[in-house]
Design a protein around this ligand. Structure first.
Ligand SMILES: [Zn+2]
Ligand SMILES: [Zn+2]
Length: 421
């Protein structure tokens, strides 16, 4: 039998109801803050990610699903949302017609990581990009949207960490210092193999190595390194001022760098206490050079992405809770052929009036129909037999209180609508 590709998975009901809920609530939050949806293709030219995310990053070096198509083009499944959105922004001339854009997206991303708990090769992100402003108020707003999304979805035990990477010149200065300090033989000898390579290729990534040995060396040698210019210091102080104003709890962590080259100034990460080793639930930051690097004007921008798979994990709802929340309003159980035809018609009326309802298709016993009603977490069950059809009424059972009432067919739609509202 053919199975799903390793690192991918099916999202089945009732779990898919939980996904829809997260997506619906998130769309509502985005609208509150004035963000509009953008949908970009799943596939892009490989060069887009090499140029923007960075040639020496883990994502581009070892995690992209890249292939050559029939027209000999180098194509990749998108590993992240920012680069495609900046491409779309420039390709559609938004920089000329309406340069300030607040955009959000919901969709799958792809990275060929080693499959392990909490890491999928097709994973889902909810994110936003605010393009066209350097204002520190925008950084604070973007972080505020992220926190509001978590709160609205009922996710509580999160932790927000911020850092200031500085502008491109500051980052260069920091890279140079790190290179000097960590290429010194006795220091370098204590680093992991990845970090030994990073010293030459991508020294910033030394700072967030998860290896315990590296963490120790780095904390010993990376202290009070001054690399920020006064503009960048001031910008970050303003960001913090706005976040304080909103009373969002956070800590500043100098070891947050993010694995993508385009970040400048404010970067942030949100982790969740219940997620184990892969505890990052969302992250983002400012990217003030990306638009000009990709051929556009010099414009500031800021964004984030939240992992939906991890949000669902953090919610940790069991199947029963999800099922109950996603239940139908009414299940119609029937006894006899005449009753079945009547019920089939009533169902159509009820659905037309906005009542979600269902019926058995196999003319099974009342007992097994009641089991179906349970399975669908029906709020009410209506029982119709041929006698009831003759009297033009039915028995309505409230599945919560177990109360039974008789209900006349002409009153049915209004009465049930009254009960479910
Ligand atoms: Zn600077
Ligand atoms: Zn390391």
């Amino acid at each position: 039998m053919i199975k799903a590709i390793r690192g991918t998975r099916d999202i089945l009901p009732p779990g898919s109801n939980e996904w829809q809920k997260v997506e619906d609530l998130s769309r509502r939050v985005f609208r509150l803050f004035g963000y509009s949806e953008i949908r970009t293709p799943i596939i892009e030219e490989t060069a887009l990610f090499v140029k923007s995310v960075g040639e020496e990053t883990d994502i581009v070096k070892k995690e992209m699903f890249s292939f050559v198509d029939r027209g000999e083009r180098d194509i990749s499944l998108r590993p992240e949302g920012t680069a495609p959105i900046v491409r779309a922004y420039l390709e559609n001339n938004l920089d000329k017609t309406d340069p300030f854009q607040k955009l959000y997206y919901i969709g799958p991303m792809f990275r060929a990581e080693r499959p392990q708990a909490g890491r999928l090769r097709q994973f889902h992100q909810i994110g936003l990009e605010a393009i066209g402003s350097n204002s520190p108020a925008l950084d604070a707003e973007v972080i505020n949207v992220l926190i509001r999304l978590l709160e609205t979805n009922g996710i509580k035990k999160y932790e927000l960490k911020l850092n200031n990477l500085g502008c491109r010149e500051d980052k260069k200065k920091l890279s140079k210092t790190l290179k000097e300090v960590f290429s010194e033989k006795t220091v370098s000898a204590r680093l992991c193999e990845d970090c030994k390579r990073r010293v030459a290729t991508n020294p910033l990534r030394l700072l967030d190595c998860k290896e315990e040995g590296c963490r120790l060396v780095i904390r010993e040698h990376f202290k009070n390194v001054e690399f920020l210019c006064s503009d960048c210091k001031e910008h970050f102080a303003e960001v913090l001022k706005f976040i304080d104003l909103l009373k969002i709890p956070y800590s500043v962590d100098p070891y947050i760098v993010r694995g993508l080259d385009y970040y400048t100034r404010t970067v942030f990460e949100v982790t969740h206490k219940d997620l184990g080793a892969q505890n990052a639930i969302g992250a983002g930051g400012r990217y003030d050079n990306l638009i000009s690097d990709m051929g556009g004007p010099s414009l500031g921008a800021c964004g984030f992405a939240l992992g939906v798979d991890r949000m669902i994990m953090a919610l940790g709802k069991d199947a029963e809770t999800v099922k109950a929340a996603a239940g139908i309003d009414l299940f119609v159980a029937t006894i006899g052929k005449e009753a079945y035809s009547k019920a089939f018609l009533l169902l159509n009326e009820l659905r037309g009036a906005g009542v979600s309802c269902d019926i058995d298709y196999e003319l099974r016993s009342l007992k097994s129909q009641m089991r179906s009603a349970d399975k669908q977490a029906a709020r009410f069950v209506m029982i119709i037999g041929d006698d009831e059809v003759a009297k033009s009424e039915a028995v309505l059972r409230d599945m919560k209180t177990r109360e039974q009432t008789n209900i006349r067919f002409p009153d049915l739609v209004n009465s049930i609508k009254g009960k479910i509202c």
